[in-house]
Design a protein around this ligand. Structure first.
Ligand SMILES: Cc1cc2nc3c(=O)[nH]c(=O)nc-3n(C[C@H](O)[C@H](O)[C@H](O)COP(=O)(O)O)c2cc1C
Length: 193
């Protein structure tokens, strides 16, 4: 049996002998986009824990220019599903988290901050969030296809807030097979393109 030190180290992905712990590798390989959820509520605690872990992602100037709106209201979820072009699984999830780029917080970096860093900050936090949810036994899908103006209106977002992704979250009711991945040599370029 693993001792508490080993377990704690593995949980935070500490390097051991030059390799990342298998637990981190398994979490990365095992996460799937899930679009069917069990018909049971998700307590607040694992959602809050995953959102807290999301905030450990890197961000430009450590400005952490991303916010999250956590939605449980049925009408709001249904409106978000419509805004996502009728992706009904959005409304069927017990919890929906909307990731929002906060352009005001990254103002220091001007146009590049608003147009690039705030989106990158959001994306980095989103991947942390997906992995953290997965490690809590929860599942989600990153939904990027949605009408931005509609989401802004539904959530009452301020002018400096740009919705980046809608994440329906719940306990998985399906186990999707891994998707195909590009061969390593097709996306990794040595020295030059
Ligand atoms: C930027 C982005 C936008 C996406 N938009 C949608 C979407 O609108 N609807 C959906 O069902 N899945 C969406 N996905 C999920 C992808 O389809 C999924 O991540 C991909 O097929 C790989 O599957 P996996 O996540 O299970 O590895 C999106 C993913 C990303 C990163």
């Amino acid at each position: 049996m693993e001792g508490p030190a080993t377990t704690a180290k593995a949980r935070v992905g500490v390097r051991e002998g030059g390799r990342w712990s298998m637990e981190l590798e398994q979490a990365i390989r095992g996460r799937r986009s899930v679009r069917a959820f069990e018909d049971r509520d998700v307590p607040r605690e694992p959602i809050d824990k995953a959102l807290e872990l999301a905030s450990w992602a890197p961000s430009a100037g450590n400005l952490q220019s991303r916010d999250f709106v956590v939605v449980r209201n049925e009408e709001t979820k249904e409106a978000l599903a419509v805004a996502a072009g009728g992706q009904d699984f959005v409304a069927e999830a017990p919890v929906v988290i909307v990731a929002v780029a906060n352009m005001e917080r990254v103002m220091h970096y001007g146009k590049r901050g608003r147009e690039l860093y705030a989106i990158q900050d959001s994306a980095a936090a989103l991947q942390n969030l997906l992995l953290a949810l997965h490690s809590e036994g929860l599942a989600a899908t990153w939904v990027g296809a949605f009408n931005e103006a509609q989401v802004i209106r539904i959530l009452g977002l301020p002018v400096h807030a740009k919705p980046v992704a809608i994440l329906p979250v719940g306990y998985p009711a399906e186990s999707p097979a891994p998707r195909d991945h590009l061969p390593f040599g097709e996306y990794v370029h040595d020295e030059k393109w």
